[in-house]
Design a protein around this ligand. Structure first.
Ligand SMILES: CC(C)(COP(=O)(O)OP(=O)(O)OC[C@H]1O[C@@H](n2cnc3c(N)ncnc32)[C@H](O)[C@@H]1OP(=O)(O)O)[C@@H](O)C(=O)NCCC(=O)NCCSC(=O)CCS(=O)O
Ligand SMILES: Cc1cc2nc3c(=O)[nH]c(=O)nc-3n(C[C@H](O)[C@H](O)[C@H](O)COP(=O)(O)OP(=O)(O)OC[C@H]3O[C@@H](n4cnc5c(N)ncnc54)[C@H](O)[C@@H]3O)c2cc1C
Length: 438
């Protein structure tokens, strides 16, 4: 990275060379000014991003890291971290300023997520859901009232929940059976979701459901419901899963029994209900990349610990980093981390939601990388890494989720392959049958 002073004030070419260069490419003083202005803007944007990274890193190291082990052992949702994140402006980073948020994009959000997740995976996931997923969908597709509601909750410390998965439809999310029947000016939702992150702690829920009018299917839409509000009694929290990692966030069932939702709380998919699932998944791509950024943070955190440990721990009378076997592990880890970061940055490079394939590539590569890198970091610690006293042990367990949640590695490969081959490969048997008879 260029320091501001280096890039702006130091002449790169001598006066003679500058003149020759200007003549060659016919650069006018005016166009030169424009180039200068855009260079300046790029540098200040880059330094703004670095400032954000620095702020997130300070909070992570000073406040979140010391709490991470006890969040893991107690399995209690870290409200105090939510409030610290809120007070530092990291809940609602992507919410437009007009609603009180940070007004940043996903580019900035992934930087914050990586830094937070290096210290605490649970807090990293909180930042994802406070900026992407439900928040992204509402800010892009929602009405004024919906946006204000979401902003108010998130900016006060609520991490929304996104309710897609059902017991019989995980990877096959399009087979969901939770239904929303239109009754007058409301919808009545019945069904069941499971593995919902934040069940019992989140207030705002974005519920994916199949919409019916007069028993006629209309497509899939999202519904906004605030748990605990009068009228939301039909939403209840079921069994909590005892998870391998990321233990500070509850993963629960969510039940809907005649849950009445005013029609104005339906999130209107811009392409219409018949394309509602595609629109909602487009918004979900943001959270997929966010999940990748948590996995990246975990891998980078574990790698940094291994790098330090390998220079301190001595065997055979020398630091273990002097053994080539470990040097090559460190080299591979650093390359894998950089490659993952590049894929994530590519996915969030544009404005708006990340593209389907780029999001899938980033999440696929980073999640598998994080499993390997955290595991190798543990290996480099020897027995010390296997102890629950060591954060690396927790990072291995935390990283394991990301090849499953948010679309499994296999399903993401399907998404990528389908694009590469320019063909849709229906995963159901009758899908192929219906294609052949179309
Ligand atoms: C999409 C799948 C469920 C596969 O199901 P289908 O084969 O039935 O569906 P498709 O025909 O592939 O897709 C239907 C429709 O949607 C569009 N689509 C699908 N995915 C995306 C996307 N990522 N971005 C944009 N658009 C998308 C697709 O193009 C079709 O549109 P057209 O009809 O062609 O116009 C399956 O691939 C899948 O994604 N399964 C995983 C489900 C998942 O990710 N669940 C996440 C639950 S939330 C969670 O886990 C949180 C954890 S963490 O915090 O992140
Ligand atoms: C920690 C965690 C948090 C989560 N949070 C949420 C949340 O907040 N909200 C939410 O809605 N969901 C959430 N989920 C659910 C998650 O999205 C699903 O677990 C995921 O989509 C996979 O569904 P499944 O577990 O039912 O696996 P299944 O779909 O049953 O898959 C089982 C196996 O079959 C493979 N498989 C399935 N179909 C195919 C295929 N077509 N081709 C190749 N292989 C295939 C899978 O890759 C997997 O290996 C979470 C999950 C976890 C673990």
């Amino acid at each position: 990275m260029l320091a501001d002073s280096d890039s702006i004030s130091k002449p790169l070419l001598s006066a003679k060379a500058t003149k020759a260069f200007q003549e060659k490419v016919a650069v006018t003083p005016d166009s030169n000014k424009n180039v200068r202005a855009s260079q300046k803007a790029a540098v200040s944007a880059a330094s703004g991003l670095e400032k954000l990274r620095h702020r997130a890193r300070s909070l992570a190291e000073e406040v979140l890291a010391p709490r991470a082990a006890s969040i893991d052992t107690t399995e209690i949702y870290p409200w105090e971290n939510c409030f610290a994140l809120r007070d530092n402006g990291f809940m609602g980073v992507t919410i437009p300023e007009v609603y009180g948020g940070g007004g940043y994009g996903y580019k900035e959000a992934v930087v914050v997520i990586e830094e937070i997740a290096k210290a605490c995976g649970v807090s990293g996931r909180i930042v994802v859901e406070a900026n992407m997923g439900a928040v992204g969908a509402v800010m892009a597709y929602g009405s004024e009232k919906q946006k204000r509601l979401a902003a108010e909750l998130v900016l006060s410390g609520d991490k929304p929940a996104i309710c897609i998965t059902e017991p019989e439809s995980g990877s096959a999310a399009t087979e969901m059976t939770t239904r929303a029947d239109r009754v007058g000016n409301s919808y009545v939702i019945n069904g069941k979701k499971h593995w919902i992150t934040g069940g019992g702690v989140s207030r705002l829920h974005l519920i994916f459901a199949r919409v019916y009018e007069n028993d006629e299917p209309q497509g899939i839409a999202g519904f906004l419901v605030v748990r605990g509000e009068p009228g939301a009694e039909g939403l209840s929290v079921g069994r909590r899963e005892p998870t391998m990692g990321l233990r500070g966030i509850p993963e629960t069932e969510i039940h809907f029994k005649d849950l009445v939702v005013p029609a104005e709380m339906m999130l209107q998919p811009p392409s219409g209900l018949h394309k509602g699932f595609a629109d909602l998944m487009m918004a979900y791509n943001g959270q997929r990349v966010g999940a990748a950024a948590v996995a990246l943070g975990l891998a980078a955190g574990a790698y940094e610990q291994a790098l330090t440990f390998s220079q301190q721990r001595e065997q055979f009378g020398r630091p273990i980093c002097e053994f080539q076997g470990l040097q090559w592990m460190l080299a591979d880890m650093s390359v894998q981390i950089s490659a993952a970061r590049a894929l994530i940055n590519e996915a969030v490079a544009g404005d708006g939601f990340p593209d389907k394939v780029k999001a899938a590539q980033a999440k696929l590569f980073t999640s598998e990388m994080a499993v390997n890198v955290t595991n190798n970091a543990l290996q480099m610690h020897g027995a010390a890494g296997y102890s629950r006293r060591n954060p690396v042990e927790r990072m291995v367990r935390d990283a394991r989720m990301f090849t499953i949640g948010g679309g499994t590695a296999q399903v993401l490969r399907n998404v990528i392959a389908s694009e590469l081959l320019g063909r849709k490969f229906p995963q159901t048997r009758d899908g192929y049958l219906s294609y052949s008879t179309d």
